[in-house]
Ligand binder design. Structure first.
Ligand code: HEM
Length: 356
């Protein structure tokens, strides 16, 4: 009897020890926080931030479900180039063409930029100008995933907005082309310290949204890419009958608007749209990860959330760096080093207050 009691005691104290060692259930599934970011950043300054974003997007997705994919992609394009500083949101100016006009960004949807600006306006109304456009973009991407049926992960906050955008060359360097194979993709991701697991998990973003014929016509002309399923090819040729057509098709043929693991099932059936998708199931470094996600959706959700949080912390501006933009499409008037805005400041009387 005594030995049963002491075994029970030993067992329960071991469980207690394990629970105390890992007090947060998601402690192991989130990457370490970058200095300056926190999960409670706006707790006192904008307590309703997350519900404002979620409610507004919920309404917007009812009339335009494609907006979810568009917002997710904007966050990815923001983070990969120059870090998650909202630079992809900036319109071009007298200082030059913006990131928006670089080739990989030409297919970002205007509706996504408009939605981010309208979220920003609603948030400013509720809380004043305290939340950055980069944070709004990160939260909108998370809600796009969650409201499409995917994981609802926590987003570290406290990013600030940059005042400059990247050059076309940098944009091209950090955003790989859809014609890339795994080796090229891995080298591109390594520039941001992302690895093979991040590559396969983040590519799962292609479980929602659309692509233009020009992004995958390399696989249709002059002949079928031998790694593409025949029927899939025939159907794509109907959508894209010739080179350079402007049509689009769904990225995930099985469940195009649901954030699930069917993208990986597509790849296993040689029905991935881009070379950069299909090669994940050809290359021996990524193939087992694809299979793992195709058979286990929870595993995909967990790894996707982990890699999104990691991606969302790339080269962030925090503390007193950068600014909180008054308009997500333009840097604030009076930003240091901006000769054009200095003129604005002299003309307007209260301009200094707008400079953060
Ligand atoms: C790994 C390298 C990647 C490449 C080469 C790539 C390439 C592309 C291309 C070419 C398109 C379609 C553009 C068009 O023709 O309209 C696209 C769409 C999309 N991508 Fe990626 N992508 C990559 C990674 C990612 C990541 C990491 C995410 C998010 C986590 C993502 C999310 C999306 C979404 C949601 C769409 C659909 C957008 C819409 O419907 O407006 N992609 N991607």
């Amino acid at each position: 009897m005594a030995s049963i009691t002491s075994s029970l005691f030993l067992f329960s104290s071991t469980i207690l020890f394990l629970l105390l060692s890992f007090p947060y259930s998601d402690a192991q599934t989130a990457p370490p926080l970058v200095t300056g970011l926190s999960y409670t950043f706006y707790k006192s300054t904008c307590p309703n931030l997350e519900s404002i974003i979620k409610t507004q997007l919920q309404t917007a997705f009812k009339t335009n479900i494609g907006l979810a994919a568009a917002l997710l992609r904007v966050h990815f394009h923001d983070c990969f180039v120059q870090g998650c500083d909202g630079s992809v949101l900036l319109d071009g100016s007298a200082s030059g063409p913006s990131e928006k006009s670089a080739p990989p960004n030409l297919t970002l949807r205007k509706a996504a930029f408009d939605a981010i600006n309208s979220l920003r306006d609603a948030i400013e109304k509720a809380c004043g100008r305290v939340v950055s456009c980069a944070d709004i973009t990160a939260l909108a991407a998370r809600d796009s995933v969650a409201l499409s049926g995917g994981p609802n992960y926590k987003v570290p906050l406290g990013r600030r907005d940059g005042a400059t955008f990247a050059t076309v060359n940098d944009t091209l360097k950090f955003l790989p082309s859809p014609t890339s194979n795994v080796s090229v993709l891995l080298s591109a991701l390594a520039l941001n310290n992302l690895d093979v697991n991040d590559l396969v998990a983040l590519s799962g973003g292609h479980t929602i949204g659309i692509g233009h014929c020009t992004s995958f016509e390399n696989r249709l002309f002059p002949a079928r890419d031998s790694n593409m399923d025949q029927t899939f090819f025939k159907n794509l040729r109907l959508t894209c009958p010739a080179l350079n057509t402007t049509n689009t098709t769904n990225l995930d043929l099985r469940t195009p608007n649901t954030f699930d693991n069917k993208y990986y099932v597509d790849l296993m059936n040689r029905q991935g749209l881009f070379t950069s998708d299909q090669d994940l199931y050809i290359d021996s470094r990524t193939k087992p990860i694809v299979t793992g996600f195709a058979v286990n959706q929870s595993l995909f959700y967990e790894k996707f959330a982990f890699s999104m949080v990691k991606m969302g912390m790339l080269k962030v501006l925090t503390g007193t760096s950068g600014q909180i933009r008054a308009n997500c499409s333009a840097k604030n008037p009076g930003t240091v080093g901006d000769a054009w805005s200095v003129v604005d400041l002299e003309v307007g009387s209260g301009g200094a207050a707008a400079a953060y």
